[in-house]
Design a protein around this ligand. Sequence first.
Ligand SMILES: *Cc1c(COP(=O)(O)O)cnc(C)c1O
Length: 229
Amino acid sequence: MTSSLAQRLEALKARIRRAERAAGREEGSVRLIAVSKTQPPEALVAAYGLGQREFGENYLQEAEAKQDRLAHFDIGWHFIGPLQSNKTRPIAARFAWVHGVDRIKIAQRLSEQRPAGMPPLNICLQVNVSGEASKSGVSPEELPELAAAVAALPRLRLRGLMAIPAPTDAVEAQRAAFRAVRRAFEGLSRYGLDTLSMGMSEDLEAAVLEGATLVRIGTALFGARPPKA
Ligand SMILES: *Cc1c(COP(=O)(O)O)cnc(C)c1O
């Protein structure tokens, strides 16, 4: 039986609350970003009707179409996909948050292109704690230099770190990866960061136990995505 979006959202929020409790953390300390990539605008409208206000999108063109359709909704848009330097201008103009920044060149472009009338663009630096398993993300060794450079850019606000560790079913391995992200985060305390963007449908509990403040959830909310063409 397929459950309704309302049921899945309730179940997901219950999972997050349980994880917060297990971690000894305050209820409501973890924010839910609904990852709506590949979902039609109607799915976002339905989630919005259930109170969801923040959405994550990976593909710029697809996101632009939804943003235009949903311009009259009060949505916080998060860009969570891979960043290409020829696409930074619309991203800087259309999103409140960008999660996958791992190069200074991209950050400089986003800062230069953030329109003057908008508040600074919120940035999470993507850190790669899985070594060879992932091509994107800055290494923990190179992170301090990138963080210092991004923190100095005028139209960006450095908020924290984002990570997508190599998938594994082993909860201890999930936790070890998220712990490495948290340690990197703690090493940047001088910047007053407040956001640890980590945890997806399969590993949100481990992420919350290790300090995630924001989880990015697609499948557990909207159901399985169609395979990518
Ligand atoms: C697709 C995606 C998610 C959501 O993944 P699910 O497993 O569907 O919850 C989260 N973060 C990023 C960066 C993604 O690309």
